[in-house]
Design a protein around this ligand. Sequence first.
Ligand code: FNR
Length: 366
Amino acid sequence: PGLETVINALDFERIAERTISKKTWAFYSSADTDCYTRDRNKEFFSRIWWRPRLLRDVHTVDTSSQILGHDVGLPLFVSPAAMARMVHPEGEKDIARGCIANRIPQGVSTNASFPIDEIIASVPKDAKHPFFFQLYVNKDRSKSEALLKHVRSLGVDTVFVTVDAPTPGKREADERVKADEGLSTPMSGAQAKNDKKGGGLGRVMGGYIAPDFTWDEFKWLRKHWDGKIVAKGVQCWQDAKMCADAGLDGVLLSNHGGRNLDCSPPAIMTLLECQLNCPTIFSQLEVFVDGGVRRGSDILKCMCLGATAVGMGRPFLYAVNYGQEGVEHFIEILKSELATAMALVGITDLSQCHPGLVSTLDVDHL
Ligand code: FNR
């Protein structure tokens, strides 16, 4: 279908399900075991209700904001997701190009399908486009050290360290579909296929990830990275507080799109938990959220509950099915949905977001 018929994130997803290869769909859409978390991530947003304030002048609405010192057209970033080339030959490069117009920062996975050098080089230098590097800490720390040094030399100022994946989850859809002919994983040089024990692509690619990275090692990380550090994958307020006290620059509340531990909480529930139990976190570091965000109004709900910005993973993979143009179109859709939601709840600027604009009475006692 033509791009002009695509009017929301779900349209992109449905088209992807019909048009991309079986293995790619299985790898992207899959999640741990029974997929409760993946599905609830999205559903949970419907349990946060608005408390709109009316009769304000909402003639002009401004969606612009800031993320870790970068000006952005809306408070959104691309969550790092492996292997965007499985859906489109230009994968992560077209995601990058599609993000330029609204200055949306792109999280680049350690398991991206192009070397990060090539992804960064795919946008004009004078665009000064922000990239965040996602680090899976290697069992062999010296490999991570060399990688960090290299990435920093490319001008990247922020690393997202993924902390929720000491081992990958059991993604059964990915396990069932064995291989995509002709697709290779650049990280290993091997074909995109499962291993002999039946482990899916996630497991095949993640063999090097350290299962013994602990809090103490943020000191090691600081030694090898003089930019900003964000912990990705935090799932309760106590760990968020520990990130703040460890002096990190940000925390991404996330359950990895439900891909690692089924029945981990939707991130907006963790956000709410932080608001209720430890609101000082929000003045210590920037708090981000991802998982199940699909609408501009979802973005606004997170902002009202104290988030600095939100990330999206799968939606960008489904949008880049249409290449750069698809990504641009998708971001414009979200921006327009966000502006509409802002006007309807009665604000013109994101600095006016506050918890009083939402009702969480429908959320079980935390
Ligand atoms: C991911 N995610 C992920 N996270 C990470 O830290 N490193 C990675 O390499 C990947 N790879 C990856 C691949 C695919 C196919 C998906 C769908 C996800 C998780 C990602 O960053 C993010 O947390 C979730 O995708 C957010 O959920 P939604 O937006 O997909 O619902």
